[in-house]
Design a protein. Structure first.
Length: 335
């Protein structure tokens, strides 16, 4: 078994609204990521993916608050650490984050090399500007980015180039884990391929040890990650290998995600498109039973009366549903 780089146990985080209402966007989530492996997190907008990503950093800003659980990176427990210690010793070196809309995250009045200087000097103020430039040039060359990008302003770069530059800046200190939140969204197909190839190259060249890739497109993860975790309304509803999650999803929500997008993969390209009816529940007052019950066409009264736990099926696979694997596969074939 490979070394576990990231271990999350029963993590719960919440938003507190200005009316002092609790919104549990991450509700008792547990996961593990091994060295050299990549984990995909899928789900529609509002399911808690980005909040989970922010929570994994161990650095909380209101209205997001830590509630319970633990986060362990390479054997080091970061939950409960002083925020300044997390910023100086964990962020950027142990774990790094590429936010959504990363193309718009760069200050247009500063050159790319200035962003890199900020990252490195925040961890080691004694590093010389020459050493920073040499390191940046070396890393950009490894990632296939021309050296002249370092002296350019963000406005001088295309959307795809900006996205790749943000990734390069994020991994300049070779973090053990990289969290990429919708890194290929808002890009054309060619730029998407370049960004995904760059992320895979980062692992192959050892600049990062593991990766978490977040997207609402479940099929995309098949070509990028080893394992997939599907989120819905703050909870994990399925854990599986990429092969299982895409070609043999168990939870009705996972099945719905696969049916709501055109998939070019062989064996799936002829599937009919089908929308998931309704909207996710209000997490200020989540339902008592299955959180997907109001949108599920296989729902029975028992689904709504008590919380549904994850059912372990062996080999690391699990799903959160009242029905057995055999029953679900049968009704999927009929439907």
């Amino acid at each position: 078994m490979s070394k576990v780089i990231l271990e999350v146990n029963d993590l719960t985080t919440k938003y507190i609204t200005r009316f002092h209402e609790d919104v549990y966007a991450v509700d008792h989530v547990s996961l593990k990521v091994e060295e050299g492996k990549s984990l995909g997190i899928a789900g529609e907008s509002g399911c808690g993916k980005s909040t989970l990503a922010l929570s994994l950093m161990g650095y909380y800003f209101p209205p997001l608050h830590f509630t319970s659980g633990e986060i362990i990176i390479d054997g080091q427990r970061i939950t409960g650490m002083d925020p300044d210690t997390v910023r100086r010793t964990i962020l950027g070196t142990e774990i790094a984050y590429i936010p959504q809309a990363a193309m718009n995250a760069l200050n247009p009045t500063r050159k790319i090399i200035n962003f890199i200087e900020d990252v490195i000097l925040a961890h080691d103020p004694k590093v010389s500007r020459k050493d920073i430039y040499d390191l940046a040039r070396e890393r950009f060359e490894i990632l296939g980015l021309p050296e002249d990008v370092l002296q350019k302003y963000p406005v001088e770069l295309s959307g795809g180039m900006k996205q790749r530059t943000v990734i390069a800046v994020s991994v300049i200190l070779a973090p053990k884990i990289l969290i990429a939140d919708e890194p290929s969204s808002a890009l054309d197909v060619t730029s998407q391929k370049m960004v995904i190839k760059m992320l895979l190259d980062l692992m192959e060249k050892g600049m990062i040890k593991s990766m978490i890739f977040i997207t609402h497109e479940l099929p995309l993860l098949y070509n990028v990650t080893d394992d997939i975790m599907v989120m819905y309304a703050g909870q994990i509803v399925e854990k599986a290998t990429a092969q299982e999650a895409v070609f043999d999803p168990l939870h009705p929500y996972s099945k719905g995600l696969m049916g709501s997008i055109i998939v070019p993969e062989k064996g799936l390209r002829n599937l009919k498109l089908s929308a998931i009816p309704g909207v996710p529940p209000n997490l200020k007052k989540p339902p008592t039973g299955c959180r997907f019950a109001e949108r599920c066409k296989y729902v029975i009264p028992e689904c709504k009366t008590h919380p549904i736990d994850l059912r372990e099926t062996g080999e690391g696979r699990a799903y959160r549903c009242i029905f057995s694997e055999e029953y679900l596969r049968k009704v999927y074939q009929i439907g």
